[in-house]
Write a protein that binds this ligand. Structure first.
Ligand code: KIV
Ligand code: NA
Length: 276
């Protein structure tokens, strides 16, 4: 059965958590679709994992649309959420609705995600009013990396915890269908999950959120520039790829690749005739 925002609403407070992964391309989306993952995020983490930038700040609307189109073609059954890139929504409510609309109309996304709490509540309200489901994202918000002063756990002292709770309530009141909570102590993420009526999706936020999300290159063990403490490598695909690349190079160099069954044959007499 296809995943929708109703699937998310129904998962709230249930024993069975929602499963989300990031994805940026067609063939990986197909594998996730077939594996029964509940929902995909076309994350602006593609700035790091696909484009090789040091952070997500340079990512453009065109980058997001380009990858979102590929993912939606591969995962027709899944709710595809597309990240709004840095400065595509902070500038004004008008920009927020216009750019959210482009991710739906041009990218084929089912919903959008944006970072921030009270500061972007107006934008969330307007996008939702336009008929576009919004997933919020609070805690560690990588687009604010310079303001946060680095990648660190959020909400650790009383003031920060109160701020985070206020942000969580604000995005829910603004109409978000769900909220990602990133890099927040597990007990605080649990408290926010209990407090809210919308499902929380955790990343580095403990086991009590209504769902989990990871960057797929992280959980496959194929992105090693920076591996956060909360990542579990469910496979070692990076090592498997390196081994395959080495095996290929060896086979080409010793001419064992391609072999007889990996080529197209032709009558030698015909070749000779062509040369005559
Ligand atoms: O861009 C991304 O991958 C994300 C998830 C880590 C939540 O925003
Ligand atoms: Na993101």
């Amino acid at each position: 059965m296809p995943t929708t925002v109703q699937t998310f609403a129904e998962a709230k407070g249930k024993k069975r958590p929602l499963t989300m992964l990031t994805c940026y391309d067609y063939s990986t989306a197909k594998l996730m679709n077939d594996a029964g993952i509940d929902s995909i995020l076309v994350g602006d983490s593609l700035g790091n994992t696909i484009l090789g930038y040091p952070n997500t700040l340079p990512v453009t609307m065109e980058d997001m649309i380009h990858h979102c189109k590929a993912v939606t073609r591969g995962a027709p059954d899944l709710l595809v959420v597309c990240d709004m890139p840095f400065l595509s929504y902070e500038t004004s409510v008008y920009d927020a609705v216009t750019n959210a609309g482009r991710l739906i109309k041009e990218g084929g996304a089912d919903a959008v995600k944006l970072e921030g709490g009270r500061a972007v509540a107006e934008q969330i309200r307007a996008i939702v009013a336009a008929g576009i489901p919004v997933q919020a994202h609070i805690g560690l918000t990588p687009q604010s990396i310079h303001a946060l002063g680095g990648f660190k756990v959020q909400g650790k002292n009383l003031d920060a915890a109160l701020d985070l709770i206020a942000d969580a309530k604000a995005v829910q009141a603004a109409g978000a269908f769900s909220v990602v909570i990133e890099c927040v102590p597990a007990p605080l993420a649990k408290a926010i999950t209990d407090l809210l009526d919308i499902p929380t999706i955790g990343i580095g936020a403990g086991p009590d959120c209504d769902g989990q999300i990871l960057v797929y290159q992280d959980m496959l063990g194929m992105y090693t520039d920076f591996v956060p403490k909360f990542v579990r490598p469910f496979a070692h695909i990076g090592e498997a790829m390196t081994r395959a690349f080495q095996d290929y190079a060896r086979a080409v160099r010793d001419r064992s690749f391609p072999n007889a069954s990996e080529q197209f044959d032709m009558d030698q007499a015909l070749v000779d005739q062509a040369l005559a």
